[in-house]
Design a protein around this ligand. Structure first.
Ligand code: EPU
Length: 348
């Protein structure tokens, strides 16, 4: 495996900011991953695992160690009664896999269509959208355990999945390198139509939509919100949602409601949010004095969705962080809530 030096990372991310990797390698096999991990260990280099680069903010100073791009491919499937289990290489493009599962008539990932990134990233932040989360479909995760120096298969229950979290980005951050993920999907299952935007999309249909219709609808909705990577659409030069929707305690929620009442406002609530005691971060941003399109130099809020922060072209990581802090401070000032960023910050 070739280990390169001083490779710019910005072009490998959807936000397109940040500096270079001191060392860079792409691993196409499990052996490559082991070799790269050994290289980093021997040279005492910090190791960063890169997937599709869709949820990252790379610091302007770059990464001082080894960036390992996971390029492990391959999709195999096994059919059992009523289900199909897909075993997918961590480097496979997530949306290509979703397209394949939908074409095979398998339900469980259709609402996760159009999400940029690679398969290996999906368990890390428990990717979710339009009423589905990958944790509902993941059977197990195959990973190299750097602590024990062996390959392990972690069953779903050991992955600690919750809203946008797992053991991989919390308690065991940096311990595992994800190699493959297996998803168990429902053969000939009906598509999930839980989310309000999706229900609305199909409200005039007289027949139930097929899995492929739901996939198309999700991609359309994502496009309208700037959450689909569309070449030429500047609004998609982002890391998706820049903040998590805050999960509040009862007391915090009452406090928020009181603050809204004083201003004659009502906190929007939807089943998808209410189910997990979440409030909309986009709404909080828009009710703290910011509008879509608001810019601080070359960093701006998307013109299509208040949660996406966009690099207008020449933004640095510092520009993005400046905008992020402005939004966090104003939301805190107005609503008493500190917004938690959703992307991973690399090299800060
Ligand atoms: N809203 C605003 N302003 C906006 C957009 C939304 O006030 O610009 C309010 C509205 O009240 C709207 C509500 O927020 O009805 C919910 O908006 P939306 O359906 O766009 O969902 P979201 O909560 O903002 C979450 C995920 C997205 C995911 C969608 C759909 C997080 C942080 N974000 O966004 O995930 O696609 O739901 O399920 O949970 C991502 O994580 O990168 C991502 C794009």
């Amino acid at each position: 495996m070739k280990i390169q030096e001083n490779i710019p990372l910005a072009p490998l991310t959807t936000l397109q900011v940040g500096g270079a990797a001191r060392y860079f390698a792409a691993a196409a096999s499990e052996d490559d991953v082991r070799e790269a991990a050994q290289f980093a260990k021997t040279k005492h280099l910090p190791l960063f695992i890169l997937g599709g680069g869709s949820n990252l903010v790379v610091a302007d100073s770059g990464w001082p160690g080894l960036v390992l791009k996971i390029a492990i491919g391959g999709v195999t499937s096994q059919r059992e009664e009523g289900t199909v289990t897909f075993d997918v290489g961590a480097g496979v493009d997530w949306d290509d896999f979703v397209a394949q599962s939908v074409a095979a008539g398998c339900a469980g990932a259709e609402c996760l269509s159009g999400i940029p990134g690679s398969v290996g990233g999906t368990p890390v932040q428990n990717v979710g959208a339009y009423g589905q989360e990958v944790s509902d479909a993941i059977e197990s995760v195959r990973a190299l355990d750097l602590k024990q120096d062996r390959v392990v298969a972690l069953p779903n229950k050991d992955c600690g999945f919750a809203y946008r979290t797992s053991i991989f980005n919390t308690t065991h951050c940096g311990r595992y390198i994800i190699l493959r993920v297996s998803y168990r999907l429902k053969k000939d299952g009906a598509p999930s139509l839980k989310y309000a935007d999706l229900k609305k999309h199909f409200s005039t249909w007289s027949t139930p939509p097929a899995l492929s219709d739901v996939r198309e609808a999700v991609r359309q909705i994502r496009r309208s919100k700037g959450m689909l990577i569309v070449p030429g659409d500047g609004d998609s030069r982002s890391a998706g949602s820049f903040f998590k929707n805050p999960v509040l305690s009862d007391t915090q929620f009452q406090d928020l409601r009181r603050r809204a009442e004083v201003r004659g406002l009502e906190i929007p609530s939807y089943p998808a949010l209410a189910a997990q005691h979440k409030v909309s971060a986009a709404w909080l941003v828009e009710h703290s004095g910011f509008s879509k399109g608001y810019a601080v130099g070359p960093a701006r809020i998307s013109s299509k969705h208040a949660l996406a922060l966009v690099n207008s072209g020449q933004a640095s990581a510092a520009d993005m962080v400046r905008l992020k802090e402005q939004l966090q401070n104003k939301v805190q000032e107005n609503w008493g809530i500190m917004l938690d960023p959703e992307p991973v910050f690399v090299g800060f």
